[in-house]
Write a protein of this length. Structure first.
Length: 471
C-alpha cells in the first residue's frame, strides 16, 4: 500500500454504447444495446438507459430484447472503438510512462511514476484534468478511482460511475471496506459469495474476523489466502507498463451450480463467442484454446488444445472448447466456466479462414450480380458475418446483400449524405441520416441494391478527432 493515492484507475462509462450514442444524435438519452444480434448473440455493452430495464453485459441478446424491446440493438464496430481507445490511451500516456491497459476502455496509471502527483491534492487534480481532457478529445465520459493500491482504485472507479471521481485516502481502507459486501472484492462472484454467506461471512469485516485459516478451509489455499489479504486492504501489485498480451480469456461464475450437461455446453459456446470478440478487439488471433472449469467443490481443472495455426474464427474456437469439455467430468456441478486463447499472434493462418473467405466471395459475387460497386472486406469482418447469422439454406443475392447492412454501421448516400443503418430485411435497408454534431436526422428506406448507397467509415465524434474504419 502506498502512503498517497497515486494509483489511478480509469473506466470509460458504458463505452461501446456511449460511443454509439455520441455518433448517433437520435439515440442520445435512449436505451442502446451493443452486441451479437444472431440467435446466440450476447450483450457486449448496454447504455445506462438500457440498464434500468435490467439489461447488462454478457446477457443473452434474446433475454435483453425481452427486457427492453424498444431499445436500439446495434452490431459492434470494433475498429471505431479501438480508434477512440487509442485517443484515451494517448492521454493516459501523457500522465505517466506506467500505463497498464486492461481492455479498450479500462486502464491503471501510476501517477507517481509520471511525477504528476505526490499527494491527495495532486492526485485529485490529475484525475479531474484527465476527465476533462477525455471529454474534450472524444466527447465521452470516464470514471476515475484514486487510491494507494490497484484493488482499491478499481473499487473507487466503480463507486464513481457514471462520470465521476472517487478518491480513497490511504489509512481509511479498513473503515471503508468493513461494512461492504464481500462481493465488492475482485474475484468474488455470486457462487463464492453464496458459499461464504452459508458460512456466515457476509461483509468484508466478517472475512477479516473469520481469519485466513478458515478462508483457506472454505475456498482453498490460493483463493482463501488472496481473499484474506484483500479484505485487509493489502495489495502490492505494481502498475505494469503496456506489454504484449499473452492471452485473452473470459469466464463466468454462476449463481447456482450447473448440472445439466447441455446447459454447460451452451455456456461454453457463449463464452467462446465472447472470448473471440475480445480477441478481435485486441487485434490478435491465437493458437491455443484453453477451457477452465471450477467444480462444485472448488477444485479447478484446465484443459487446452493447440491448433496448427492461429485463429480468431468463432466456429473454430467453439468446436475446440467443446472438445475440451468432453474431457472434463462435470458430475456434481459446475460453479465457474472460462474460455481463453493463448499463443497470440497478429495474423491468422489463411486455411483457418476458409469459411470467412467463402462468405466474402459470396458477398462480392452477389454485389456484382446486383450491379453494386465492389468492395474490399477484411476477412475478420466476413467471419463476424458468418458468426452472426448462418442461413439454413443457400442465400439468395438479395439475402446476401442485406447482410452487408449491419445495424448501426455507417453508410453514405450520393444524395442524402452520411447516415447509419437502422435495419434491413425483405430486400430493403432503412437508414437514418445524421452525423455526430447534427440534430436527429430523418429516416429513409432503400432497396438493398441501391447503387447510390454504400458502406462508409465512421465520422469523428469531436471535430478534428480520429476515427477508425467500420468494423
Amino acid at each position: 500500500m502506498r502512503a498517497a493515492p497515486t494509483i489511478l484507475h480509469l473506466d470509460m462509462d458504458a463505452f461501446f454504447a456511449a460511443a454509439e450514442q455520441a455518433s448517433k444524435p437520435s439515440l442520445r438519452g435512449k436505451p442502446v444495446v451493443v452486441g451479437g444480434l444472431g440467435p446466440r448473440g450476447v450483450v457486449a455493452t448496454a447504455s445506462y438507459e438500457a440498464r434500468r430495464f435490467g439489461v447488462h453485459s454478457a446477457m443473452p441478446m434474446a433475454q435483453a430484447r425481452r427486457l427492453a424491446p424498444n431499445a436500439a440493438y446495434l452490431v459492434p464496430r470494433f475498429a471505431f472503438y479501438r480508434a477512440i481507445s487509442g485517443q484515451v490511451m494517448e492521454l493516459l500516456g501523457r500522465l505517466s510512462p506506467l500505463v497498464e491497459p486492461l481492455s479498450l476502455d479500462e486502464a491503471f496509471v501510476d501517477l507517481e511514476a509520471g511525477g504528476v502527483a505526490e499527494d491527495s491534492a495532486g492526485a485529485r487534480a490529475a484525475g479531474e484534468r484527465l476527465r476533462r481532457d477525455i471529454l474534450a478529445t472524444t466527447g465521452l465520459t470516464g470514471s476515475v478511482g484514486l487510491a494507494g493500491s490497484k484493488m482499491l482504485a478499481k473499487i473507487a472507479s466503480e463507486e464513481a460511475k457514471p462520470d465521476g471521481l472517487v478518491l480513497i485516502e490511504p489509512g481509511t481502507e479498513r473503515e471503508l471496506l468493513g461494512p461492504r459486501s464481500v462481493r465488492i472484492i475482485p474475484g468474488i462472484g455470486p457462487a463464492t459469495g453464496e458459499h461464504l454467506r452459508r458460512a456466515g461471512i457476509i461483509t468484508v469485516a466478517d472475512v477479516v474476523e473469520a481469519g485466513e485459516d478458515e478462508l483457506v478451509r472454505l475456498l482453498g489455499r490460493a483463493h482463501g489466502g488472496s481473499l484474506y489479504r484483500m479484505a485487509l486492504g493489502h495489495d502490492d501489485r505494481p502498475v505494469v507498463a503496456e506489454r504484449d498480451a499473452k492471452s485473452v480469456s473470459v469466464e463466468d461464475t454462476f449463481d447456482v451450480d450447473l448440472h445439466d450437461r447441455l446447459r454447460i455446453r451452451l455456456e461454453v459456446e457463449r463464452l467462446a463467442e465472447r472470448c473471440v470478440a475480445r480477441l478481435r478487439g485486441s487485434g490478435h488471433s491465437g493458437r491455443t484454446i484453453v477451457l477452465k472449469v471450477r467444480r462444485y467443490d472448488f477444485s479447478t481443472l484446465t484443459r487446452s488444445e493447440t491448433l496448427r495455426g492461429p485463429t480468431d474464427d468463432p466456429v473454430v474456437v467453439k468446436e475446440a472448447a467443446a472438445r475440451l469439455l468432453d474431457l472434463v467430468d462435470t458430475t456434481g456441478g459446475v460453479r465457474l466456466l472460462g474460455v481463453g486463447v493463448s499463443g497470440l499472434a497478429d495474423y491468422t493462418q489463411e486455411d483457418l479462414f476458409a469459411q470467412a473467405e467463402a462468405e466474402q466471395a459470396e458477398l462480392a459475387q452477389a454485389a456484382r450480380e446486383a450491379g453494386e460497386p465492389g468492395e474490399s472486406r477484411d476477412p475478420a469482418t466476413a467471419s463476424e458475418a458468418v458468426a452472426a447469422a448462418v442461413p439454413a439454406a443457400p442465400a439468395t443475392a438479395t439475402e446476401t446483400a442485406e447482410r452487408r447492412w449491419a445495424a448501426g454501421h455507417d453508410v453514405r448516400h450520393a444524395v442524402h449524405g452520411h447516415g447509419w443503418v437502422q435495419g434491413s430485411g425483405v430486400g430493403r435497408v432503412t437508414v437514418r441520416f445524421e452525423e455526430p454534431g447534427s440534430a436527429p436526422g430523418r429516416v429513409r428506406t432503400f432497396p438493398v441494391d441501391d447503387p447510390e448507397l454504400e458502406p462508409a467509415d465512421p465520422l469523428p465524434l469531436v471535430p478534428g478527432g480520429a476515427t477508425g474504419a467500420a468494423a
